[in-house]
Ligand binder design. Sequence first.
Ligand SMILES: [Mg+2]
Length: 287
Amino acid sequence: MPKPADQPHDAAMTNVSLTDRAYRIRRNALRMGEVQGQGYIAQALGIADVLAVAYFHALTHRPDDPEWEGRDRFLLSIGHYAIALYAALIEARIIPEDELESYGSDDSRLPMSSMASYTPGVEISGGSLGHGLGIAVGMALALKSKKSKSFVYNLLSDGELDEGHTWEAAMSAGSYKLDHLIAIVDVNNQQADGPSTEILNFEPLAPKFEAFGWYTQRVDGNDIEAVAAAFDKARGLTEPKPRVVICDTRMGKGIPFLEQRERNHFLRVEPDEWQKALAILDAGRGQ
Ligand SMILES: [Mg+2]
């Protein structure tokens, strides 16, 4: 499938590889984390490869016009992943890089939980979990009624699979045959209270979505080529079904001492560890 014509606009940035995009998204997230000294850093490092593919391979959008009617919508229902989304929006030049230092501060456009009214490129507000897929269903229905070709992507977490309305939305999407809806489930097997499959076991996950009428793929979410191929297949499919790409990701990906840290849902990182993490990331660039 050809790359969408509307992204990115900046000719100097068009030859940046997806691997480099993911590196820069991780770097932006770590720099924002350093501003606050803590945060949902492990999730951001884990989902960076998926966001690189989304914003620099899959989505049709206009960085200089984030509300362009013809755009694909990217809905983040996990409000606490805002740091990851901002990192991608900064890399996409939808948010200026110099705002990075304001992350989480009063009067910043980058609050610690995503807010649609605050931030360009943020489509919905997060916070209460489990609402994103339902909103995505409504948005996809509305676009379908307008005969729009735009896709609606919804990134949700494995913790959100505990929410009953996630499955009500999944059933609705299958029932309405929403073929321009692409759900992305970040399966890092962590949520606030511990390993997600131990809190409420959602496995086997792929057959559940299939049973609800979805075209289902499951990939290593830290394998950029596999993620890109899955997104291509999801977009190119002609079957009248919603699509889901289940992405298995590793919390803290790329920074071994953060990958190995226990209880890494919300990380407190010592002041001297941020530069250590950035140095490890820089040393591993392109690998
Ligand atoms: Mg999780």
